[in-house]
Design a protein around this ligand. Structure first.
Ligand code: BDR
Ligand code: CA
Length: 312
């Protein structure tokens, strides 16, 4: 199986993605590292423990950065994920305990123990990855690859017309992560906003897996209220599960490659923009590392993969 560290801010689609990873025989989760984002970091960490309780999975869970690299405390996405991060359904206090290390330290320790084998999958703001790069400058040589849910290269953002939430929430950290010399693949709104999931999808997850799918169905009702505003039908988006689906079934996705920059100024904050490989654009972009950007995904096959994996 693919060994991963899953960096997350649970979060409803984070929960759906974490369970998906736990359920897949193709993925071995070495730990959950948490970050602020949808909720404050203390809640994010406790929520990750709660998800491990529900899944009865014992993996290290760490608490990470609670503030952006630059600037004041973030605003959280309670209007999307509810006050408790899980659509305000009742949740029990966690039984499991946090690993005492910071998320960045856990990433460095784990990657160093298995050089070349660990994939970092980050589905929240990128502060933990940026801090890990500062703690261990050799990190890019030691990780296998980095997959992120975040950004919007060819479509509009969801916080500003230019920026997606995970990148917007810590644009300076994202600029560090995008600027590092490692193999980075971005699953942004280009693909995740392309597939609306309707209530019957979460009903099927609940039927296949009453505990984990049931939790996704119940918590995502609030999430659907948010995403369905002004629409004739109820829908929501399971952004964070996409990079994991790619690990399991890479043939479902199509990509483009280019030199990427992350905006950190007031108006372009969090923008992820790409100069195509081999283009004649300015060195301002062509000097930046190249990344892979997911641009297309097979909807039907992806939906079936989620269902089959929850049924495991
Ligand atoms: C991203 O922002 C968060 O609200 C979701 O969990 C996802 O990681 C989508 O823009
Ligand atoms: Ca997330």
């Amino acid at each position: 199986p693919h060994k991963i560290i899953l960096d997350t801010d649970p979060g409803i689609d984070d929960a759906m993605a974490i369970f998906f990873a736990f359920q897949s025989p193709a993925i071995e989760v070495l730990g959950l590292t948490t970050v602020y984002g949808n909720v404050p970091v203390t809640m994010s960490a406790q929520n990750a423990l709660r998800l491990c309780d529900l899944a009865e999975v014992d993996v290290p869970v760490t608490q990470g950065v609670g503030l952006p690299w630059v600037g004041p405390e973030s605003t959280y996405a309670h209007f999307v994920h509810g006050d408790n991060g899980f659509g305000d359904i009742p949740v029990a206090p966690p039984k499991r305990q946090l690993d005492p290390r910071s998320s960045a330290q856990f990433i460095v320790d784990t990657v160093k123990a298995q050089p070349g084998e660990v994939t970092l999958v980050a589905v929240g703001p990128l502060g933990n990855l940026a801090l890990a790069l500062r703690l261990e400058p050799e990190l890019p040589k030691l990780v296998k690859q980095v997959y992120i849910m975040g950004g919007a290269a060819f479509v509009k953002g969801n916080v500003t017309p230019l920026a997606e939430a995970n990148i917007w929430n810590d644009a300076h950290a994202a600029a560090i992560v995008f600027g590092a010399d490692w193999e980075l693949t971005m699953f942004g709104l280009d693909v995740t906003y392309d597939i609306p999931f309707a209530p019957d999808f979460v009903d099927i997850l609940a039927e296949k897996n009453p505990v984990l799918g049931g939790f996704v169905r119940d918590s995502s009702q609030f999430y659907m209220d948010f995403y369905s505003q002004g629409l004739p039908q109820r829908v929501c988006y399971f952004h964070d599960a996409f990079p994991l689906a790619y690990l399991i079934q890479p043939e479902l996705f199509k990509f483009t490659r280019g030199h990427a920059r992350v905006g950190v100024d007031t108006l372009d904050r969090g923008q992820t923009s790409l100069a195509p490989e081999g283009s004649t654009m300015s060195p301002l972009w062509l000097d930046a590392p190249q990344i892979n950007v997911a641009t297309q995904v097979d909807h039907a096959a992806l939906t079936q993969l989620f269902i089959d994996t929850y049924a495991n």
